[in-house]
Design a protein around this ligand. Structure first.
Ligand code: KE4
Length: 433
């Protein structure tokens, strides 16, 4: 790997105008040390930095690129669309065409509203839930992430209270207090929050397959249990499928687990690499959204024809073979990491689900946020650097998902496993207990 000289020069300049030199914190390599690499192009499963280093990419823009970087068919479709105009601020046929395609794939989404990010999707879904129930409180799970809206930047308060406290300055205390925290895969922790005579909870929001504490799959019965609890207490169940939507399967996680939420949030893949989010669900709920109903939500670039073109292209290629190949290669990579760790005597838990996985540097199973936090983030950072110098670009944080795409081949997976064998030996040398 060539020394990232140009990246460092660019980073020094970027920090003089962009807070932390980036437009989203996780990109800054804070969790793994060193300065971030600046990228100049992506192609298929590979990404190239400004110093000419090429990597097998497992960030894949944090999930949107299910079909790989810059597929030629997508680029052609975008070129044609752009020549007709990128945004009208008026209805275009592409919006309801994509809405119909989403509904065909995710039948619980009887009505869909497009927005420009997963954050907008999740914050709007919660607004609808509060309007529909007349209640203010929302239950979320420690370790799950639903974007940066104030309501979601809350962590468990002191033991006594269940009311959330802000995780970030700038989040008003009363807003955080309306967010209640439960433990993923622990239905009792959710039930306890409903154990008050007042019915104050509008919704439970959950990543049906968690990706933001690293990958953690739902335990048997967990999602069905949430469905039962929400229904029993008159709260809505919101699935945040920004990661799992169209990735876990063509119908997302809800199709795999057979649990129907009242509302679903989408992002990432739905935009094919352009900024698109969406929320939707039961018609009686979504018809509360302006201008059909009184719940206000709007967006200058919502449903713009360029992004809709990318979304239509991406959702038009969700074949059974795609998911079969993704799952096979995901398992190959997970097994390769486990073997490499065993050979180097490095404690590792690999959580994998189809085309997403996380190698946790810990000896004990990871099934919620507390157990995820037991992972050795320093060991992950050593592994990250060892992979980078061997031509693999992993997520720059222990608590994120690795993303595969249709462009990742068996050869890419084999090369990644070879790199992991060497990188694990470095972890063992540096972090031997
Ligand atoms: P955006 O606003 O970043 O489009 O989506 C927010 C969001 C909502 N829900 C889930 C389940 C998500 O994973 C996300 C965003 N995911 C992060 C990666 N962990 C995006 C990367 C970043 O923040 O830069």
């Amino acid at each position: 790997m060539k020394k990232p000289v140009r990246s460092h020069t660019l980073f020094e300049r970027a920090v003089t105008v962009l807070p932390g030199g980036v437009d989203s914190p996780v990109r800054a390599f804070t969790a793994v040390g060193g300065a971030p690499l600046f990228m100049r192009r992506g192609r298929g499963a590979t990404i190239e930095d400004v110093d000419g280093n090429r990597f097998i990419d497992y960030v894949m823009s944090w999930g949107p690129l299910l079909h790989g970087h810059a597929p030629s068919g997508l680029i052609r479709a975008l070129g044609a669309a752009a020549r007709r105009g990128t945004s009208f601020g008026a209805p275009s046929p592409l919006e309801h065409e994509l809405g119909e395609r989403v509904r065909a794939l995710v039948p619980s989404m009887e009505r869909v509203r497009f927005v420009s990010s997963g954050t907008e999707a999740a914050m709007s879904a919660i607004r609808v839930a509060r309007a529909a129930t007349g209640r203010d409180r929302v239950v979320k799970f420690e370790g799950c992430y639903h974007g940066h809206a104030d309501a979601f930047l809350a962590k468990a308060g002191s033991g006594a209270t269940t009311l959330g406290v802000p995780t970030s300055p700038g989040v008003a205390k009363p807003v955080a207090a309306d967010t209640l925290l439960a433990r993923y895969n622990d239905l009792a922790s959710v039930e306890a929050l409903f154990d008050t005579p007042q019915q104050t909870i509008a919704a439970i929001i959950v990543e049906p397959i968690a990706g933001n504490m690293g990958v953690v799959a739902p335990a048997d019965g967990f999602l069905q249990g949430l469905r039962t609890l929400a229904t029993r207490h008159g709260a809505l169940l919101v699935f945040d499928e920004v990661i799992s939507g169209f990735r876990a399967s063509a119908g997302g996680a809800q199709a795999i687990f057979g649990v129907t939420p009242d509302l679903t949030c989408l992002g990432k893949i739905i935009g094919g690499g352009l900024p698109v989010g969406a929320y939707g669900g039961r018609a009686d709920l979504m018809n509360l959204v302006a201008p059909a109903g009184p719940v206000y939500q709007a967006g200058t670039l919502s449903g713009n024809p360029l992004a809709m073109t990318a979304g239509l292209w991406a959702l038009g290629r969700l074949t059974p073979k795609l998911y079969k190949d993704l799952a096979r290669r995901g398992s190959m990579l997970a097994a390769g990491f486990a073997d490499a760790a065993r050979a180097a005597r490095v404690p590792l838990q690999v959580n994998a689900f189809g085309s997403v996985l996380t190698p946790f540097f810990t000896a004990s199973p990871v099934r919620d946020y507390d157990s995820a936090l037991k992972a050795d983030a320093d060991a992950y950072a050593t592994f990250f650097r060892g992979m980078l110098t061997r031509g693999v670009y992993p997520p720059p944080s222990q608590f994120e998902a690795w993303f595969l795409s249709a462009a990742h081949t068996d050869r890419h997976i084999g090369q990644t496993i070879d790199a992991a064998r060497a990188a694990m030996k470095e972890v063992s040398r540096v972090h031997r207990a």
